[in-house]
Design a protein around this ligand. Sequence first.
Ligand SMILES: [Zn+2]
Length: 325
Amino acid sequence: MSLEKADALVVKSVYFSESSLILNVFTREMGKVRGIAKGARRLKNPFETSLDLLASIRLSFIKKNSDALDVFTEAKLRRRFRPTSRNLRGLYAGYYVAELLDFGTEDYEPFPDLWTLADATLERFQFRENVGARLAYFEAGFLKALGLFPSVRACVDCGEKLPLDRMTNLDRRIFFDVCSGGVVCTRCCETKQHFGMVSTTVGALKVFDASLVGSEKTLDVARTLENWRRALEEEATGISSIARLEREAQIRQAFEALDDETLTLYESFPPCARVAYRDLVGKYVCQVLRRRPRSLDWLPFALARQSSKQPEESTLEAQPSGSTP
Ligand SMILES: [Zn+2]
């Protein structure tokens, strides 16, 4: 047994007995950890009521050497996940991120970059719009971290290049094998058996491709923000509270400008390409996880929901993506 400390996101929480919770958390340092938080449901507890789903916390726990659950001993809240009541798309996208992290990763297999990306994505879901773009970037980063980002620029069987940059008709149909993880050229389609074949579009593949770049940019911005915040903590002791508030406002403004730049990649695609992407990524994620995340039943409808702040995505409503293989 050893006492550990880690930055963690709560990705699953179930009641256990009258006073305890059993939790799955995704940590920066050690990947997924499963444990019991004894007394967490009591009024007075060492977790400061910080164990809500998708809360970002600093966790202390006793790591067991056997198969038994680890024991969570203390937690301090870094950030609660509470999108505003009008932000349903942020809420359901958050649930979906929790399921991807929970189902897609193994115990004690660390993915520090994926943790940073997830933490940054969840923070943005709460207070900023453009959930569709941020979700696509997270999905790309998630698949890349697992080594399962699909082949979108070359046939997954024979390696023949797909000239994606030169293809301008976004509605052109392309075959994609969700089992093999990539596009399939016409020749391989005719000569080989494919068990996970779906039809997608050039637009969907372009969104997939751009989302990988978007996820790297999001990660860069998240790291920059972390460095700024750390520097502010160090200089905070020597400055007045008003000067600190001014510095925080400057940091927030600079961060938002950088963050907005990342969105242009996704926003350059028309709704037809985004809809085709959501359909394809949903099917591929189900195959990767070998199960269908429950949140995938609601997510397309939440993303399609009319929002006074984001009318540009309302066209998604015409064709919600539902079916999976
Ligand atoms: Zn081929």
